[in-house]
Design a protein around this ligand. Structure first.
Ligand code: FAD
Length: 318
């Protein structure tokens, strides 16, 4: 079922969902099931599976020469979605990214998804490779999420690559895109970022999932600004509880967001990460209660494969 239908059917009740990373190559799928099982009691209507592009690694040969290889450490997004749908009877939402994929590979993936009965996709540009300082598009791939979105909407209209004179089977994907309450880090200002977000919605995006945030007023301001700009699709808040002191530095650095002073001071005052986890969970419980009060459609957790904090938050608020 489409995510928009899940939200409509909930009739204003806030739903619960979460996101997982595919396992590192060579690790079995059981670890993923172990991360899902404790959260199934909260009836997620959908589970997201991220997609990660290739990165460069250097392999040393016996003669001493180094070979630069482009490898994907976490393949398997589409297959994992199929496995999750089969085992748990919930919708799985694969993330589709521009980086690392040609347009043809993307089309083949979309055809696989249609055959598997997957109704939703989240389309993204994708992160830069760790070894690159900025996003470098793949030759023959897309530069922006909007271009990838256009490919999906084309397919929804029966327009396939290289077959543009013949209309094929129409797909019917419900498409999500990313939104940034605190601005995407490459955008010169929030208004420019909004211009491109609005463009994605005008091109057919059905829902928005936000970057994580720790201050509900930022989500609320973002939703208000979207509505003012004529963006009326559901806006799903992305959430992640703080669990370690290191994240006070890492999360702002990686995700370009602010951690409120009250939270950062509470974390700094903790003796160890066990205490930080308690502070982070408590903060997120309050955040979720506020989000429910203002009518957020879904509480969507970035679990990173660790279900325990999310489980405790869901127990407290759902
Ligand atoms: P875009 O919408 O393409 O925007 C990128 C930047 O370009 C923005 O600054 C935007 O304002 C600007 N822009 C957009 N269109 C244009 C245009 N036509 N001309 C000029 N500028 C333009 N990364 C992964 O690698 N894998 C994942 O699975 C993944 N999942 C994510 C899930 C969520 C909910 C979120 C919020 C992020 C996720 N990311 C993921 C990270 C995301 O890919 C990065 O934040 C990336 O830098 C931007 O992606 P985007 O889809 O927002 O890009």
């Amino acid at each position: 079922m489409k995510i928009t239908e899940h939200i409509t059917n909930a009739k204003g009740k806030t739903l619960f969902s979460f996101e997982l990373l595919p396992p590192i190559k060579g690790t079995g799928i059981q670890g993923i099931y172990n991360a899902i099982d404790p959260l199934m009691e909260f009836n997620p209507p959908f589970i997201d599976v991220t997609s990660l592009r290739e990165d460069y690694v250097y392999k040393q040969h016996p003669n001493g020469l180094l070979e630069k290889l482009a490898l994907r450490k976490r393949p398997g997004t589409v297959a994992l979605c199929a496995a999750i749908m089969n085992k748990y009877k919930v919708d799985a939402v694969p993330h589709l990214i521009c980086g690392g994929f040609t347009k043809e590979e993307t089309e083949y993936a979309l055809i696989d998804l249609q055959f598997l009965g997957i109704d939703n996709v989240l389309v993204l540009r994708g992160d830069a490779r760790k070894s690159d300082s900025a996003f470098i598009p793949t030759a023959g791939g897309h530069c922006y999420a909007s271009e990838l979105l256009q490919q999906v909407t084309n397919l929804n209209n029966g327009i396939y690559l290289h077959e543009d004179t013949v209309l094929g089977d129409k797909t019917d994907f419900c498409v999500g895109v990313a939104g940034y309450p605190e601005k995407h880090f490459e955008s010169p200002n929030l208004d420019t970022d909004f211009k491109y977000l609005k463009m994605k919605v005008d091109m057919g995006a059905d829902f928005i999932v936000t970057q994580m945030f720790f201050d509900v007023s930022k989500y609320k301001a973002f939703v208000d600004k979207c509505r003012e700009h004529g963006i009326h699709v559901p806006i799903i808040p992305g959430l992640k509880p703080l669990t370690t002191k290191k994240q006070l530095i890492n999360l702002p650095k990686i995700f370009h967001l602010d951690i409120p002073l009250e939270l950062s001071e509470a974390v700094e005052a903790c003796a160890d990460d066990k205490q930080v986890k308690e502070v982070g969970i408590e903060w997120m419980i309050n955040q979720c209660k506020e989000l429910i009060k203002i009518g957020a459609p879904v509480l969507h957790f970035y679990t990173m494969g660790n279900p325990e904090p999310t489980k405790r938050i869901a127990e407290a608020v759902l």
